[in-house]
Design a protein around this ligand. Structure first.
Ligand SMILES: [Zn+2]
Length: 166
């Protein structure tokens, strides 16, 4: 088994000023690389005003702290998943390759990505050829040959860091 990703979940605090985010408050959610790990970092609107570039974040989206009576899961726009997928394009790390593959499955289910076929590359890895609907250019996705249980685990991890149902 490859090493597991260490993923930090949302802390409920602004990563810059460390203030606790209040119920109903708008904030910027980001997922960044911290060494070999993925880290969730949220920012209040004073520290990261709306419209500011999101820099090196693998994923970033505007969200709002749920009211206590609401369920924890939030809605994340598909475009956030698309850019997360694209920013992992050059990833070689096995855990990131797993994440990217699971994102591809999610985007396929959401009918954003279309499967075109597969090939074996020069190093013997399975590679899926895919394209985005409405865009003819091919993108390739390494198939890490996970079993169903591993796929479920990885999508659970992704859902946790993004606090959403994938
Ligand atoms: Zn702040």
């Amino acid at each position: 088994m490859g090493k597991e990703y260490n993923i930090s979940k949302a802390t409920g605090r602004c990563a810059a000023c460390e203030r606790e985010l209040a119920a109903g408050e708008a904030y910027l959610a980001t997922v960044i690389e911290a060494g070999d790990d993925l880290e969730r970092r949220d920012y209040c609107t004073s520290c990261r005003p709306p419209g500011e570039a999101t820099g090196d974040a693998l994923a970033a989206w505007r969200s709002r702290v749920p009211q206590p009576q609401d369920k924890r899961k939030v809605f994340v726009d598909d475009d956030v998943l698309v850019s997360f997928f694209e920013r992992l394009a050059d990833a070689e790390d096995p855990a990131k390759v797993n994440f990217r593959f699971v994102l591809a499955l999610v985007l396929m289910r959401k009918k954003r990505l279309v499967y075109d076929g597969r090939r074996t590359d020069e190093t013997g890895r399975d590679v899926w050829r895919m394209h985005f609907r409405g865009d003819e250019s091919t993108c390739e996705v390494t198939d890490p040959n996970m079993d169903e249980q591993k796929i479920a685990e990885v999508s659970e991890q992704l859902g946790q860091i993004m606090e959403t149902d994938l």
